[in-house]
Write a protein that binds this ligand. Structure first.
Ligand SMILES: CC(C)(COP(=O)(O)OP(=O)(O)OC[C@H]1O[C@@H](n2cnc3c(N)ncnc32)[C@H](O)[C@@H]1OP(=O)(O)O)[C@@H](O)C(=O)NCCC(=O)NCCS
Length: 148
């Protein structure tokens, strides 16, 4: 485990009033990972999550790997926030370096279990399970070996 992964695990284990300080430490590493973002067990952030930005409502389920410079958040940033925002990365996904996963309010986006999002992809819609998506905008380019 690297420093960011330790800090996130520690943040989840302490009372809420103290979590703000840990969030600040995470920001010093160059990552914006809000304390309300739900991060499951054994989620990995290789390279200390450098440049990674997550929306507070995002859910990342267990055993995912999120590489550096990933943004997961809203596409419709010009609109006021209504709270109707759902973006879930299901179990075992890999999000490649520099990928952006963007959803609009009122249009839930789910990345299916064990799917892989390529480096620098801009993913704007949900995927199925075990799929590989890449490009701008991202399209399905293959299937993952289901043993992975
Ligand atoms: C998306 C990815 C998983 C695909 O790997 P793969 O399953 O072996 O697929 P292939 O290399 O056979 O490529 C399949 C197609 O997707 C395209 N493609 C692959 N990666 C792409 C990417 N990042 N962006 C755009 N297109 C990509 C290929 O050109 C190919 O297109 P074609 O069918 O028109 O020829 C991989 O290229 C990738 O981006 N991995 C992330 C790596 C990463 O972030 N590493 C961080 C290290 S610190």
């Amino acid at each position: 485990m690297n420093a960011i992964e330790h800090l996130i695990g520690f943040r989840n284990s302490i009372p809420k009033p103290f979590r703000r300080f840990i969030t600040f430490l995470i920001q010093l590493y160059g990552a914006d990972i809000p304390q309300t973002t739900q991060i499951g067990r054994n989620v990995r952030f290789p390279h200390n999550a450098t440049g990674t930005v997550l929306h507070p409502n995002v859910v990342i389920k267990e055993n995912c790997v999120i590489y550096q410079n990933v943004t997961i958040g809203r596409s419709d940033v010009e609109k006021p926030f209504t709270g109707d925002f759902e973006l879930v990365i299901e179990e075992g996904c890999i999000v490649g370096a520099g990928a952006k996963i963007l959803a609009a309010q009122g249009k839930p986006l789910h990345v299916g279990k064990k799917s892989m999002i390529g480096a620098n992809a801009v993913l704007l819609c949900s995927t199925g399970d075990n799929e590989v998506w890449a490009g701008v905008p991202a399209r399905k380019v293959g299937m993952r070996n289901q043993g992975n």
